[in-house]
Design a protein around this ligand. Sequence first.
Ligand code: UDP
Length: 181
Amino acid sequence: MVEDCHRARRSPGTPPKIVVSSNGATIAQFHSQPAFRKSLLQADVIDADGMPLVIASRLFCSRPLQERVATTDFIHTASEAAVANGLKFYFLGAKPGVAEEAARRLRHKHCGLKIVGIRDGYFRASEEKGICEEVQDSGADVLWVGLGSPRQERFAVEHRDDLRGVGWIRTCGGLFDHTAG
Ligand code: UDP
């Protein structure tokens, strides 16, 4: 997945790929919440955000996971790939002002990074379609969605068709808070 991030370019009319992150809590929710399980099973890629999952896969799976993908590291790999390939990000989530600060820090670290839209994660269900239109109009290649689980996974799956053209939807939990410091 880390090597693939340059492939996130938008493609008109095509629904985005959904890339989600998993950890121990995700696995617990997967087993206890049928609606969450349904959302997760519609993702195109599920990253393991933690070594315990990689170790468990080595013990129990015939095709063990290759690597751990910590979202807080991955954002920098993805930002480098975005600068090199001219990809644009949209940040959706966290409290007002937090994703703006995360964007400021990332632009400072990755010169030339294009973040074409930012919106906090406190909105009503009735606003979701409008937000998707805003993301589409922004020309973003990658929509980072940090709304916490299971809301972010539900948002990604429910709005995949409303976000046609966007290359990837990448769920990211508390990434914006972490990056904003
Ligand atoms: N959040 C949000 N909208 C909500 C609920 C939560 O934008 O309605 C944000 C919250 O501000 C935080 C992130 O979602 O930035 C949740 O972070 P957490 O580390 O708890 O993610 P999880 O472990 O649930 O994936």
